[in-house]
Design a protein. Structure first.
Lengths: 539, 302
């Protein structure tokens, strides 16, 4: 047995009780939510369940942070009275032992503990793998933070003070990135460069500090590394004048364009109109809303616009003017046309899918005094969402549709003001990495992830009735790669003409089914230099 | 051959110089005691030797290796016991020994068993439930069982009752009699040191006052009593006289470079008609004399 493993075993023996309790807390948190959501929770108590989930999640996170710090401070790197210092344990061996211990305690053990819950939930191997990676990855972040603080800290009191003090770091980092109080009229690429550089420092600094402190035990110099990194961040924000090329800043992101010969080539983006928020002419920034359409999506799929980065240039003006970065509108559900295609229902001819992007110009105000012809150059970042039919279930209370890890149950059916209301309880595997980059292609950007989108179709084939209700979200909770929630489907029942007025067909629900369609992010792409030309109208 | 050597070793804590140009040589096989009052720099010296602190200047070599480069191989040959060491109190004595054992290729299970019995330690009791004396014995056991070439003890007797002190000293003496090892002990518990040490060094305010064989030290210090029998008397101290005082016809002082002929001659020059008696001193008396001399030297002149 290697001496490194011998130290790991010592730490495990030391911490088995608190780590076990922490794992129990994690398991209870996940399992309890899993059970509660399936227990026909009402709309009113969902909010409480959400608070409960968040609070418990934070507690689990905090306890994990403290345990990781304990693991380091068990063999202190600062205290000259530490036992290990006078024993034949090299600094490298200790670092190795602590890393292995942390991997086990905060990576492997949580995954092992949660695996039964995931298996009971019907996770596939692929979903289990992603969920495990997500749990371990999240824990790795907290553990690294705890390691960084604890490795330069002598006492538990000091650790707590410093952990609380670390709360100030995120706003500092955001400021250094240019995300807080960004310069109006400034060069957006420069701000993006700051973001890139500061993010690099944020990623590099903690492991560097930990490795340095473990290998040298030179606490003063470790603090200098920390202080130096903070100073560098500020220096980047205040004095860095050079723009780093986009190819470097967005490695793996801007490089991906629709491959020749694929269906993405046929997609056509069109900008219909641009409106500038007239309500806030003197405000800090103005909203510029871009309305457009996209056509040419492959069957069973639609295109979700993620964001647009671009600038416009007024006719006759040389200098590039305002730049807009906008996020796509993700709130609208999947387009009915695509839902019908996936559900195998007869569809209309393709109608353009509308999209809306709201962004802010980097310059203070948009000149709206006179109409101007504007040329718009842009990068469009979009995700192709591909749908599949999960299945169908009869429209009756208690009916259940279970496909892999996706469980949908009809909790209740009621009639409200002449409309039918179906309350659904749902539970799914939801590791962000999986739903965000479903095919897992290596040539795609996985930085900005997009969730899966579900749609429902109510069908009575004998009556020829079909409707796609808009799901009304009651509540959703996430815990350990499981998402559980409730929503209502509200729709008008089928009617027929009786005595000159439309009346609900009696017994229509017998033989009716609910079909569930899921659109998953298939892949994302960037389309550059689309040029739109539009008229900016005076307000 | 020296197992520890320091050359102009210094260590600063901000503005305080805890060690000043320490030059020390500890011969292999000796029991070397580092004496000094509280704050003299003993613990700092040991921490630098053990690479718990880095020197501000100078160099220390332990087992022939720069102390800053002490690796697993060297540490496997060094035993270290300190009154302030933070032992893993959650372990039982057995767990402590089980934990330590694999790190030392030279671990001797027979010696471990014998010391466990000799120190009368309950193996299944947690360290946090042990008395201070037992804790020290447990630490000592975990540092003796692999027969280290060098045993470093930092104030090992501090806070122990006389019985336990005796047990610890006997344990050390017995252990050292069985092997060719070196003991480097810092303490201000002089009686125990006197029983153990064959070489002694004195630190004062971070500086080395002397380092020599215990025998030589004891032989060069004498308490001198001069009984005046009339005649002139010049109460003028010689260079190596300390604590010179007169009470009636009796003049007392401590001679730190005692040589019968030279001391008597110096006395006759000052007290021509007097009887001179020289009394041997204990290490404790010598230490107190030197400590007082150090304080007098530091007292500013008004």
């Amino acid at each position: 047995m290697s001496l490194t493993w011998h130290i790991v075993c010592k730490d495990l023996r030391r911490m088995w009780l608190p780590v076990s309790l922490w794992l129990l807390l994690l398991l209870a948190y996940t399992a309890l939510l899993w059970v509660r959501v399936g227990a026909n929770v009402t709309r009113g108590s969902f909010e409480g369940l959400g608070y409960f989930a968040n609070t418990w999640g934070v507690i689990v996170w905090l306890v994990g942070l403290i345990l990781a710090a304990w693991l380091v401070m068990e063999d202190s790197l600062v205290d000259t009275q530490a036992f290990w210092l006078t024993r034949p344990i090299s600094n490298v061996r200790l670092l190795g032992a602590k890393v292995v211990g942390a991997l086990l305690m905060f990576g492997v053990f949580p995954v092992l503990v949660l695996t039964p819950v995931w298996l009971v939930s019907g996770f596939s191997f692929r979903e289990w793998l992603w969920a495990a990676a997500e749990i371990a990855g999240n824990q790795a972040k907290f553990t690294l933070a705890a390691f960084a603080i604890a490795s330069v800290t002598a006492t538990s009191g000091q650790f707590l003070m410093r952990a609380v003090g670390a709360v100030l770091l995120p706003p500092y980092v955001l400021y250094a990135m240019g995300r807080i109080r960004y310069p109006l009229g400034g060069d957006a690429q420069l701000v993006d460069t700051w973001h890139f550089l500061v993010l690099g420092l944020v990623i590099v600094m903690p492991p560097l500090l930990v490795a340095h402190q473990f290998l040298t035990r030179n606490t003063a110099r470790s603090w200098m590394i920390f202080g130096g990194a903070l100073t560098l961040m500020l220096a980047v924000r205040l004095a860095w004048p050079w723009v780093i090329p986009a190819g470097i800043r967005h490695f793996g992101q801007a490089a991906y364009y629709p491959a020749a010969g694929t269906s993405d080539e046929g997609l056509k983006f069109r900008l219909e109109r641009v409106t500038v928020d007239p309500q806030r002419p003197e405000s800090y920034v103005q909203n510029v809303t871009l309305h457009g359409t996209v056509t040419g999506a492959a069957p069973n799929s639609f295109v979700r616009l993620n964001w647009i980065v671009g600038h416009w240039q007024r006719a006759g003006e040389d200098n590039p003017a305002d730049r807009i970065v906008g996020a796509g509108d993700a709130l609208a559900g999947p387009p009915p046309q695509a839902v019908r295609q996936v559900a195998g229902l007869p569809g209309d001819k393709e109608t353009p899918l509308e999209w809306v992007v709201v962004g802010q110009p980097w310059n203070r105000l948009v000149d709206q005094t006179e109409p101007k012809q504007v040329d718009w150059e842009t990068d469009v970042h979009a995700t192709v969402m591909t749908g599949r039919l999960l299945g169908e279930m009869p429209l009756r209370r208690g009916a259940e549709l279970r496909v892999g890890s996706s469980t949908t149950r009809i909790a209740d059916i009621e009639w409200r003001e002449g409309r039918t209301v179906v309350r659904l309880e749902e539970r799914d595997a939801w590791p962000t990495g999986l739903v965000g980059s479903y095919r897992g292609r290596t040539d795609q950007n996985t930085e900005r992830l997009r969730p899966a989108e579900d749609a429902f179709v109510v069908v009575n084939r004998s009556l020829g009735f079909e409707t796609i209700p808009s799901p009304d979200e009651i509540g959703t909770v996430w815990a350990s790669a499981i998402v559980a929630g409730q929503r209502e489907l509200v729709f008008d029942p089928p009617t027929r003409e009786i005595d000159g007025s439309a009346r609900e067909i009696p017994g229509w629900e017998v033989g009716a089914v609910i079909m569930k369609v899921r659109f998953l992010p298939d892949h994302r792409f960037t389309r550059r230099h689309e040029t739109f030309s539009f008229q900016l109208q005076p307000q | 051959m020296n197992i520890i050597e320091t050359t102009n070793l210094s260590r600063r804590y901000w503005r305080t110089e805890a060690l000043r140009g320490l030059n020390l040589a500890v011969p292999t096989g000796s029991v070397f005691a580092l004496l000094g009052a509280n704050g003299a720099g003993k613990t700092t010296a040991i921490k630098v030797l053990m690479n718990l602190l880095t020197p501000s200047a100078g160099e220390a070599r332990v087992l022939g290796v720069d102390s800053r480069r002490l690796g697993e191989r060297e540490r496997a040959q060094i035993g270290y016991v300190s009154e302030n060491q933070k032992l893993p109190l959650w372990m039982t004595i057995r767990q402590l020994l089980d934990y330590c054992r694999p790190f030392y290729p030279t671990w001797d299970p027979a010696l471990e068993a014998r010391l466990l019995a000799q120190f009368d330690l309950p193996p299944d009791r947690k360290l946090k439930n042990l008395s201070r004396g037992m804790l020290m014995k447990a630490a000592l056991l975990s540092s003796l069982a692999y027969r280290p070439k060098l045993l470093v003890l930092d104030e090992p007797f501090s806070g122990l009752d006389p019985l336990v002190r005796d047990e610890v000293v006997r344990g050390l003496l017995e252990a050292s009699a069985q092997g060719d090892w070196t003991v480097f002990v810092s303490s201000h518990d002089i009686e125990e040191v006197e029983r153990l040490a064959d070489r002694i060094a004195l630190l004062e305010a971070g500086s080395l006052k002397f380092a020599e064989a215990t025998e030589d030290l004891l032989s060069r210090f004498r308490r001198i009593e001069v009984t005046l029998q009339g005649g002139p008397a010049r109460l003028e101290p010689a260079a190596n006289w300390h604590e010179l005082e007169r009470q009636g016809d009796l003049v007392r002082f401590v001679e730190s470079r005692y040589d019968r002929t030279t001391t008597e001659q110096a006395c006759r020059e000052r007290f021509p008609e007097a009887a001179v008696k020289a009394h041997p001193m204990t290490l404790r008396e010598i230490f107190i004399t030197l400590a007082r001399a150090g304080r007098v030297a530091k007292t500013p002149v008004a």
